[in-house]
Write a protein that binds this ligand. Structure first.
Ligand SMILES: NC(=O)c1ccc[n+]([C@@H]2O[C@H](COP(=O)([O-])OP(=O)(O)OC[C@H]3O[C@@H](n4cnc5c(N)ncnc54)[C@H](OP(=O)(O)O)[C@@H]3O)[C@@H](O)[C@H]2O)c1
Length: 251
């Protein structure tokens, strides 16, 4: 059983999760970095303050076993996520279900499983959602659905858990240059992708301050504002045009 202050970060083997783990360890936090790729976790363990733990979010029994080892948790950053970028009818049900399992079901199970430990240390939950959870995102329809779930789930839990001293915050970035966006269709939109180190800094600031919801970056803030002013279907149509053009330019 762990009693020392600890921050669990899921999806820490690459991209935003890895960068947050490195930056948080550098300021003296004890980070438990999670993911499936053991070699990457071993590499991270070379950094002072980081402990690696394999965690396969596709396996509910594995998630249960993971949660059972903690009796206190200072914080959890639910960062792991996957997407599928294409027309919905080009996908298949196995990919849809695995996306929903990783982005939604696993996170719900982790929070439920770790809640006693989070309550014991009056801990923090940072949910990494996406601008795609605040506005519709054609060609990533299932992904946008999972992130919208996490936004509403997180903001609802935030109010419920206040009386237990557990804080919940939602971080909703736009495009970031990571493995997730290292795909042909994103090539023409590459200039719009934010450097991962900058986004990680914004995520950590969000973890420190725990606002209800934080959207980093001027352009993302504008998109989010537009989604409040215009009907969602208008935003969806505009996003569809942008991504359709990117798909055409790529092919
Ligand atoms: N990149 C963007 O443009 C962007 C924009 C907005 C929001 N986000 C969100 O930011 C978060 C991080 O994304 P990223 O861009 O950093 O992605 P990334 O570089 O592809 O990293 C994804 C992480 O999730 C982990 N993961 C995936 N499936 C898993 C599973 N079944 N079990 C355990 N871990 C799993 C991966 O680890 P293993 O493969 O080692 O398991 C990896 O560490 C995600 O929630 C994403 O939706 C990203």
């Amino acid at each position: 059983m762990s009693h020392t202050p600890n921050i669990i970060i899921t999806g820490a083997t690459s991209g935003l999760g890895r960068e947050m783990a490195v930056q948080m360890a550098a300021r003296g936090e004890h980070v438990i970095a999670c993911g499936r790729r053991a070699a990457r976790l071993a590499e991270l363990e070379q950094i002072d303050g980081i402990t690696g733990q394999t965690l396969d979010l596709s396996s509910p029994p594995h998630i249960d076993n993971f949660c059972a080892q903690f009796d206190t948790v200072s914080g959890i950053i639910l960062n792991a996520g996957v997407t599928f970028v294409d027309r919905f009818d080009a996908g298949d049900v196995a990919t849809d279900m695995s996306l929903i399992q990783t982005n939604v079901a696993a996170n719900v199970q982790l929070i439920r499983g770790l809640l006693p430990a989070l309550k014991a240390s009056k801990g923090r939950i940072l949910i990494v959602a996406s601008v795609g959870g605040l506005t519709p995102l054609p060609y990533q329809a299932v992904y946008a659905g999972t992130k919208a779930f996490m936004v509403n789930f997180g903001l609802s839990l935030r109010e419920e858990l206040k009386s237990d001293g557990v804080q919940v915050s939602v971080f909703a970035p736009g495009g970031i240059k990571t493995e997730m966006t290292d795909i042909p269709v994103m090539k023409t939109l590459e200039n719009d992708l934010a450097p991962v180190a900058d986004v990680a800094r914004a995520a950590i600031k969000t973890y420190d301050k725990m606002p209800a919801l934080f959207v980093p970056g001027g352009q993302n803030k504008l998109i989010t504002l537009a989604a409040k002013v215009f009907p969602r279907h208008v935003i969806a149509a505009q996003a569809e045009r942008i991504y359709r053009k990117a798909r055409q330019d790529e092919s």
